[in-house]
Design a protein around this ligand. Structure first.
Ligand code: NDP
Length: 262
């Protein structure tokens, strides 16, 4: 997918939230072997170092791997600059492909300004937000020089965010889904409607759930520690949900967080 500044981002990425640092490098190397070319980490996940090692040691040219990281609790401009430097140092990379402001906290406009300055210096190829809604999002849009490229928010079959996606798209912002599998929730995996649609296409519930978002042009970053499931989540391009499937899936929308978050 092309972002609002022309930078291309692979539409299926690999998320590493809750992957322990001890196994992160191995997991990322496996994901890269399978074909993922987009890794989503964060300072908060405490595994940036291992993501950087895997990226550097994979044998794949740096410009073929898209690395996202996120800063949080940055407070103000100075602190945000320091946090960005720390991300670059931990990753051991010359540049970050996409830097997100993980969630609103503190002086949001100042923090975003720091991100803009690192973007202008060429240290970051695209900047964006995560978990920004309503007034917090409006505040950034009213004060920014560079429109955020993405907003990464909770999005899956039980919270489909269609209205939020339309709003973001009207501003030139791509919706990126966090927890595209609802963080592994049984409410998704045991859902009768999803099981029926999966059986119809001879696919799994995970593949149907991810394909639903993919068909809506939502960026997805599923996470798995298991090689078979990593492959399963990546292999969603050889089938298509029809209108009837989509209608049924959209009856599942609860319009609220499944995970008790923003
Ligand atoms: P996901 O929604 O991707 O679900 C992951 C869970 O589902 C794991 O328990 C995994 O278990 C299981 N799973 C994965 N694939 C399958 C499959 N094919 N069949 C059955 N079970 C499966 O979880 P996350 O919450 O990690 O979200 C994805 C990414 O989004 C994160 O890793 C992170 O990068 C990002 N994120 C960002 C947030 C933000 O605030 N910006 C917040 C939360 C997440 P197993 O490992 O055993 O396969």
């Amino acid at each position: 997918m092309k972002l609002n500044n022309g930078v291309e981002i692979p539409d299926i990425g690999y998320g590493v939230y809750e992957i322990p640092p001890k196994i992160t490098k191995e997991c990322v190397l496996t994901a890269l072997k399978i074909g993922y070319r987009h890794i989503d980490t964060a300072a908060y996940y405490k595994n940036e170092r291992e993501v950087g090692e895997a990226t550097r040691e994979s044998g794949i040219p740096r410009n073929e791997i898209f690395v996202t990281t996120k800063i949080c609790l940055a407070g103000n401009y100075q602190k945000a600059c320091k946090k960005i430097e720390d991300c670059l140092a931990r990753l051991g990379l010359d540049y970050i492909d996409l830097l997100l402001y993980h969630w609103p906290s503190g002086k949001n406009v100042e923090v975003y300004k720091a991100m803009e300055d690192y973007y202008k210096k060429g240290k970051i190829r695209a900047i964006g937000l995560s978990n920004f809604y309503g007034k917090k999002l409006d505040e950034i849009l009213a004060n920014c020089e560079i429109v955020p490229a993405v907003n990464q928010i909770e999005t899956h079959v039980l919270r489909n965010q269609k209205e939020e996606q339309a709003l973001l798209e009207s501003k030139g912002i791509v919706l990126e889904s966090w927890s595209p599998l609802g963080n592994g929730s049984k409410k998704i995996f045991n859902n009768e409607i999803l099981l029926k649609i999966a059986a119809k296409h001879q696919k799994t519930v995970a593949q149907v759930s991810l394909r639903y978002l993919y068909q809506r042009k939502v960026l997805i970053i599923p996470r798995s520690k298991n090689e078979g499931r990593m492959r399963e989540n990546f292999n969603i391009l050889d089938f298509m949900l029809d209108e009837e499937d989509i209608k049924e899936i959209e009856t599942l929308d609860r319009k609220k967080s499944l995970l008790g978050w923003l």
